[in-house]
Design a protein around this ligand. Structure first.
Ligand code: EPU
Length: 428
């Protein structure tokens, strides 16, 4: 087990390249189950969530072959193998095996998904969608059992705008009989990416990127090659790091439109950002002013960036208020930032950050993926050494984060943890 160490205060300069989108990758891999021949996905991020899902595809009889960041999946020998335990518990996105296996085999048994603890994360809207398509869904001892004689298109109104439910219902519906309409659908770029793969496989989908998605079911889908979109949350994390500690940083392989809400907020703070087709140039001003943010569904400010953004606000003048309307309990980074001298209060569901404060290096723990990213941003700015444990969370979602930041001039490295440190971490 390793930890990440950062000696703060080194300026960041140069170019950093963003990897393929984690939250697309984790849906594209299960989507390959629906094809009847080989699917190649190009530009996958090399992160542990992708490895876990590739292993799960093999557990159900698929073969996968990797070539750098590309993967080819042969689904021909896949079967509806129950996956009640084991690797499915490691991540949230294993729930996409429900929609994909139901769509292909009309049955599936999948353990309840794991993933970051961000407060309650129900999947009632996914189940509502599967049931509307004709499936019987039961929860037996922590595993979801899905079965259908036949899937038939339906009109499904989502009571909550949900990325996962929108994608999962698309997966189940593309091979169903007849027309499915998903109303109040989510509009995140990852949903468009998954729909693009499915369309290349032969699915008939209209309206992705709006809140009404229309699907005309087809009896079978074929293999294809698909290139994944860049990771807007990884890009946003590096934009925030550049605003916090950069001089001149170029973020490469980014679709600026995907992080417009972040760019707008940083400009309000006094950061200069120049946009071109696939790059952003970040030049932070001498002084940053605080802003308030409220996380919303896309294209609003993403919940996945509120934790790294909190770290940046410690450097800004005056008080900034952060309200996460998607996951109000996504607050595990706060106590750790306080250990580093941050002045943060939590009041009535909002996080109030006072600044500017000089952060001090400390021993801190990442308890979820984006909390880890926020501690890295904080460590880059802090006086002295910051030591971050719990980095398996970070490695679930960020490809080569220490290497990428080192190349910008950060002093950041990994060390093996001692046995005593591992025991301490496990007991904390
Ligand atoms: N919700 C329900 N019922 C449902 C589904 C969702 O009440 O059936 C609620 C959730 O509790 C939440 C809101 O709806 O309050 C939105 O949840 P959503 O379903 O959109 O989240 P998700 O699909 O489980 C994905 C990302 C998350 C990201 C959220 C919101 C993946 C694998 N995960 O989760 O990413 O925070 O959308 O944008 O795509 C991350 O990358 O760090 C991460 C947690």
């Amino acid at each position: 087990m390793q930890k990440i160490l950062i000696e703060g205060g080194h300026p960041l300069n140069g170019k950093i390249r963003v990897s393929g989108a984690k939250n697309s990758a984790v849906a594209l891999l299960p989507a390959s189950i629906l094809a009847d021949s080989e699917v190649t996905i190009e530009g996958l991020p090399n992160i542990s969530d992708v490895h876990t899902l590739s292993d799960l595809l093999e557990e159900i009889g698929g073969t996968t072959s990797r070539n750098g960041n590309d993967i080819t999946i042969n689904p021909e020998n896949m079967v509806a193998m129950p996956l009640p335990n084991g690797k499915v518990k490691k991540l949230r996105a294993s729930y996409y095996f429900m929609g994909a296996m139901l769509g292909k085999f009309k049955k599936a048994v999948i353990g309840l998904p794991g993933g970051c603890y961000l407060g309650p994360r129900p999947i009632d809207q996914h189940i509502k969608g599967f049931e509307a398509l004709g499936a019987t869904v039961t929860n037996e001892q922590g595993a979801i059992y899905l079965r259908a004689e036949e899937l038939r298109g339906a009109r499904i109104y989502l009571d909550v705008v949900s990325v996962g439910a929108t994608i999962n219902i698309m997966l189940a519906a593309v091979r169903a009989k007849g027309k499915t309409v998903i109303e109040n659908a989510a509009k995140e770029p990852e949903i468009i990416d998954v729909a693009t793969l499915l369309s290349n496989m032969g699915a008939k989908i209209k309206g992705v990127g709006t809140d009404v998605i229309r699907i005309e079911g087809v009896p079978s889908l074929k293999g294809c090659t698909h290139t994944i979109i860049p990771d807007r949350i990884e890009a946003g994390t590096y934009v925030i790091a550049a605003a916090a500690q950069g001089e001149e940083v170029v973020i490469d392989n980014v679709i600026p439109q995907h992080i417009e809400s972040l760019i707008a907020k940083l400009r309000e703070m006094g950061v200069t950002i120049e946009e071109s087709d696939e790059q952003l140039l970040i030049k932070p001003g001498k002084k940053l002013h605080s802003v308030d943010i409220k996380t919303l569904v896309y294209p609003g400010f993403p919940t996945d960036l509120q934790q790294p953004f909190t770290s940046l606000l410690t450097k800004a003048k005056d008080t900034g208020v952060i309200t996460d309307t998607i996951y109000s309990a996504r607050l595990k980074h706060i106590d750790e930032l306080r250990r580093m001298n941050a002045e943060i209060k939590v009041e009535g569901g909002s996080v109030i950050v006072s600044g500017p404060v000089k952060l001090e290096g400390a021993k801190v723990k990442a308890s979820d993926l984006r909390a880890g990213a926020s501690l890295i941003v904080a460590g880059l700015m802090a006086n002295g050494i910051t030591e971050i444990t719990g980095i398996d969370h970070i490695d679930r979602g960020y490809e080569q984060i220490t290497e990428k930041l080192s190349a910008l001039g950060a002093s950041i490295w990994r060390e093996e943890m001692t046995e005593e440190e591992i025991i301490q971490l496990q007991n904390s």
